[in-house]
Design a protein around this ligand. Sequence first.
Ligand SMILES: [Zn+2]
Length: 287
Amino acid sequence: MEEARQPEGAQQREETQQPEEAQQPEEMDHARRLINSADRILILTGAGVSAESGVPTFRGSDGLWGKYRPEELATPEAFQADPRLVWEWYGVRRERVGACRPNAAHEAIARLTLEREGARLVTQNVDGLHELALEEAVSNGAYSRSSASGAAPIRLHGSLFGTRCTGCDYRTMDRHPVDVENEASLPRCGKCAALLRPDVVWFGEQLDPGILQSAVEAAETAEVCLVVGTSALVHPAASLPLLTRESGGVVVEVNTEPTPLTEVAVVSIRGPAGQILPHLLSVEPER
Ligand SMILES: [Zn+2]
């Protein structure tokens, strides 16, 4: 169901909205206290966390590819019918998304997951920006490689930069350009030589059960579920904050506009993630 998230696409047009932190000092304090006093935190992110990085949505009029809707190309049927076309589209997406940089929200989340052992990140995004922010935090020397492996995001919808074998399911990460000259030049599995496909969850496909289970466990054990930049309309991601609440935890929301989760959240903060999160996550635990 990659990109089956119309409301999040709408969020991406709100980059010019002004920060409203100053207008919500009590909410910010409340959310900070909850986050700082929790041992176990789940951060759930969606497209809104990447809006300030300029990640394109590939919807609407967009040159050559504007004539295709994601629902036409991000499907197993489309790949079976014309793997070259689908890989070409993903090649363009990799190139454009690969040029985007993590923003202050990705950086703040990376620091939190590196500093707090009980913090887990679950993302609906396939853009790889959380991973880049982690890599950069580690390469700056402030954190070790081993702490970075524990901070790796649980990717509900896979990654634009991941490949998966259509024969044996072998998965790899690869940021190199794909040769889409003809069908014979498409990437193939090093183990069984079958065609590789983008490792993203396509329309009509189920989420990986093991990945979903990890996310559910993180949600059920979290004292705080911090939901950032997602309208949380699409299940099963939408059910994760509800699982935290049913297990006795609380939901904190950061979004540019109200969502169905706002009613569920104990605190809801309005504004762009890149401006809110550095303030929200900057305080050390008070213990
Ligand atoms: Zn294979």
